[in-house]
Write a protein that binds this ligand. Sequence first.
Ligand code: FES
Length: 490
Amino acid sequence: MSHLLTVSRAAHLIGATRADMQKLIASGALFSQDGMVTTTDLLKVFPDVQLEDSGAFERTTKIREEAFGRRIRERVLPNQEVLAQRLAAQSEELAEVRRHLAHYHDLIEALQERIEMMRAASPSEQLAALAEFLDAGLAGVLGSEEPADTLEVLDDVLRVMTAHVKVKPSGHEFFVEGNETVLEAALRAGLAPSYGCRNGNCGLCKARIVAGRVQQVNHTDYPLSASERAQGHTLLCSHTAITDLEIEMLEAKLPADIPEQEIVAKVKKITPLAPDILLLHLQTPRSSRLRFLAGQRVTLSVSGSTANFRGDYPIASCPCDDRNLLFHICNNPDDAFARRLFADALKVDESVSLFGPFGDFVLQKDVTNDIAFVVCDSGFAPAKSLIESAVAADVPVALQLIWAATRDNGHYLENQCRAWADALETFSFVTLRASDLPAAGAAAAQRLQAEAGFACREVYVAGPAEFVTAACTALTAAGLPAGQLHFDSF
Ligand code: FES
């Protein structure tokens, strides 16, 4: 018998992205009604589906592991208590189905008896045909050896390990894996939920559980009032999902929704990306992480014996990992913080003050247009954050990167772009070389117009100021509407 699944759950089940599923639905290859697909239709498109054999699953997982710096597989199984709760919830569901089946069976038997009594009192051909029809139908159901629906079985297994969450009012969806908290899962899925301390103290992650059950997995000191509890409010940073959930949760839609924060982080690693670009990896304390939107910047500063060294930099990592923050710092004599870094005066474990985030070079809410990133040199940094965030959120649009460079080694993470292009059908990129920044801006704009055009496309331009000015001027002259152009220069 066929089983109805949401598009998100179907994608999760066969190991594809939601964008892949939506493409199949749009092309007519997979039938969907009201956001649901049947397991029968799904098996027609994916006849050999196996939980772990899907290439898409492996590829997407790899990308996500790299983007989040987390080892998802190690966390997939919930702890004993959560596992027991999920099994109990599933058993209740099964018991309910059995009870219903028993009632239907009793009803059919009573109907058979009633027909026999009526036939005894007044025989008729119609009653005989009806009795025969019921007998044959019941024998067919009881004697059926129809094999179990593979996808339904897999779905039941997945339900023990993961729970599906639907967010109101945005309609966003995500899965809670193992016994991670609902907040961790929302961040991993590229959402921007409201939160603060992540350790049960501030109450900013408070949300209302509309349907489903949660279980506390982390300690909390925040006092929810009796009426909040009665209305179903809970702290997402200290609870995991026992069953599928529907929740009312606050989400940041604009940069103004994210508060400015001041955090002291530690240098975790400094690695050369190119002779004149360093990768700075900062790690925040567990209880004081940076909440930001992809594409935003922060101010970094360190104190020397005689002065303070500071600079503003775009974050080059995904907000889904709010503890490990990456920056691509260029060797610039006018930049005091960069000078200190390149002079080897900043060491692992040293403290760096971080203030922010700021900037509105962020993805538009509920993206529907395809996205093009037109960047030069280290303008790749905010584009990387935006791309990783879009992949985490599984946005169902095409992502195109045009990366211009004005010097050798300017495409310092080309391998990363190649890995994205290999793994994601929705991502493509080209690299360009130019003699100077204005020429790079003009060439990149021309390439975008020639390759993809501007229809239904948001364009994000980032890099040195001269590049950004040249690219924006060329794009505007070529007809790109101002509302589709977003830029950031540094
Ligand atoms: S984030 Fe502070 S209580 Fe949850």
